[in-house]
Ligand binder design. Sequence first.
Ligand SMILES: C[S@@+](CC[C@H](N)C(=O)[O-])C[C@H]1O[C@@H](n2cnc3c(N)ncnc32)[C@H](O)[C@@H]1O
Length: 658
Amino acid sequence: MANENHGSPREEASLLSHSPSTSNQSQPCSPKPIRLVQDLPEELVHAGWEKCWSRRENRPYYFNRFTNQSLWEMPVLGQHDVIIEIPVTPTGPSVPSSPSVPGTPTLKIWGTSPEDKQQAALLRPTEVYWDLDIQTNAVIKHRGPSEVLPPHPEVELLRSQLILKLRQHYRELCQQREGIEPPRESFNRWMLERKVVDKGSDPLLPSNCEPVVSPSMFREIMNDIPIRLSRIKFREEAKRLLFKYAEAARRLIESRSASPDSRKVVKWNVEDTFSWLRKDHSASKEDYMDRLEHLRRQCGPHVSAAAKDSVEGICSKIYHISLEYVKRIREKHLAILKENNIPEEGEAPEVEPRLVYCYPVRLAVSAPPMPNVEMHMENNVVCIRYKGEMVKVSRNYFSKLWLLYRYSCIDDSAFERFLPRVWCLLRRYQMMFGVGLYEGTGLQGSLPVHIFEALHRLFGVSFECFASPLNCYFRQYCSAFPDTDGYFGSRGPCLDFSPLSGSFEANPPFCEELMDAMVSHFEKLLESSPEPLSFIVFIPEWREPPTPALTRMEQSRFKRHQLVLPAFEHEYRSGSQHVCKKEEMHYKAVHNTAVIFLQNDPGFAKWGPTPERLQELSTAYRQSGRGHGSSSSSSSSSEAKDWDSGREQGPSREPHPT
Ligand SMILES: C[S@@+](CC[C@H](N)C(=O)[O-])C[C@H]1O[C@@H](n2cnc3c(N)ncnc32)[C@H](O)[C@@H]1O
């Protein structure tokens, strides 16, 4: 029977000359893989199968571009559309050996016309911050397709307009009710926190949450009441801040309902501060700061109690507006499906209990036809426009998206939906980031390339638990949005992803509730799997007060080791890496980072943090990420360099001869 391609030697496998379809090769917008006339049943094509020619064996074979599986015989649908199949036995699953050595994706066929050359150049990355050739060692239980609705530019446009409105409502509520600007990133963190508990239908906006009042939004607003305490450099600033705080505390306690005792305490402390300010002219910056701290301690609880109802009101109002918006978005979405005679619930195929290497999220509902989007280049930036709304991505990352799509998408072999889907994806992340200067980028910063290389080499890491198609290093990763990102390789949100085995890196966005839920999730997985499982977690070492996630991981029975990377001595890659300039690609961390190894016993035996491995990781950290990019040895880059020449690179994906 058929064999899988387990590390067959690299072979120059240019199939071009054998392919009867080469007459089509100059179609610039149809970068189809090299394949023979496709006499395959439609379902097999949709499942990622294509028929290719083996020059070595001089006969056809079948290749699945999604799983990289190769067969000599025509595949039978349902039998070969996963990489491995292992019956679940009562004694527990056994985990397969590593999947096959990655094959370079089938080369598309470029012609020689000027348009083809232009296209080829567009899709050739010049800097590579990823290695999409590394295959996964993450094993999961086979799961059914997701019920989330397929993205559509019209729906995404409406969603983005409503999110902008919601952000504006939030700003106005903070200003009008509390006299403050919305705390920086608090709306973005609100979206992340809400998604931890949300059971609603929208991929971005919450609509079914318990509790209604978001603890993260409440905490962040409260923290800035009565005023935001910014970092102080000079004595005069400290004096002004103390004065402002005292005034704001008095104003607040007078204007809200508060107990007589609270009023008394606040007023007394405020008067005391004013008289100290009037008297003491020789105070230093530290004296003012001490006094401020004292005032905060005395008045803080009373001020918070007086503001509580109003702040809860803001959180609840924002949530309820979001709920209304979700209804409108869904109505629009369903109307588009109906227009195209697509049922809103996909067929639920029976899911067999078998173990498979993880694969991208599939959607149960078929995608409706896509409207046209326009694309043009401005210098090195690809601009994609739908109904006048422009999204941008650097050429480099555009080509990365193209590669990811090519690896992962199974319903669009002609790439006809590629551009509209890229538009939806970029628009989604634009909305998630926020509209302020540099907003959102702190939540998207990633480890430098050489750290990912070291994690893969030393600890077998092949998967990021928190990523996006824009910032992922591996081609397998979890991300916030299964609908837009699944076509680009996402395995869905981290908390919905339950591997039995594998080695993972986790660099979550800095949202306390999400980080806490992540720890619970990882501990549950580590407890229940008898197979090697390892998570290397990178989180800020916040100690004042310590975040629950950090404390819990430090006390976890699965903790094998903890490293601390000192502030300003290590770097991250910019959260805007897909649009920023090269010189802005890396930045120094302003906080310590804690690196924590959580592993079960088999995981520890396989990928344990031995002194030698830790030494090598520390050495990698001493390197700067600034030197990285085009120098990456990823074969994706070498492949990219060869696109023009029409030669296939990398290990052959043909089956072993039988
Ligand atoms: C700090 S960045 C990580 C960047 C890079 N992938 C890394 O691992 O270094 C966190 C990423 O997590 C994504 N994210 C947010 N919520 C998520 C969720 N529930 N599951 C998976 N990823 C999520 C964010 O969009 C962001 O891209």
